[in-house]
Write a protein of this length. Sequence first.
Length: 192
Amino acid sequence: MEFNLKNIFSVTLILFSVIDIIGALPVVIDLRRKKGEIYPGKATIYSGLIMFAFLFVGSNILKLFGVDVLSFSAAGALIMFFLGLEMVLGIEIFKAHPDEAEINTPFVPLVFPLLAGAGVMTTLISLRAEYGKWDIGFGIVINLIIIYGVLKLSGVIQKFLGNSGASVLRKLFGIILLAIAIKLFKKSFGLV
């Protein structure tokens, strides 16, 4: 077990910027408003499971299905695009299936693509080329702690912002999310 604090710090910052939990806060607040409780522990655990699974076997899973990383990234970009449209236009695209009525925490879009989406997965594959598994693993754990904290405090933040503040923030970050989705999509097709 060999790890490097500088590498852990670098990986943590890279993942933090890709996960963008602060930028995702308006989506989290919106989900809390629509669905009630979001269960921060479950969302964090599911996100962590996806990240660690993709760290160790992600590229092999994509190869198994004959999907390249760029196509996977484009699919994630489309989901993010529709999520951004929901936020800006005030419409509901991601509707729970009737069989999922008892599930209060939507796996889509909270865990995937928001917390552990295509951007995070492709980043993990890229990080494997430059950093050791232990360094990346510690970076994931640090980010999961941050994710849990933000999700746990999202109700307090929502109360602080109020309805109008949350609405403005939701629309603003919806536009930003649309822009990120378009950027990811363009990158997937080599248009950047």
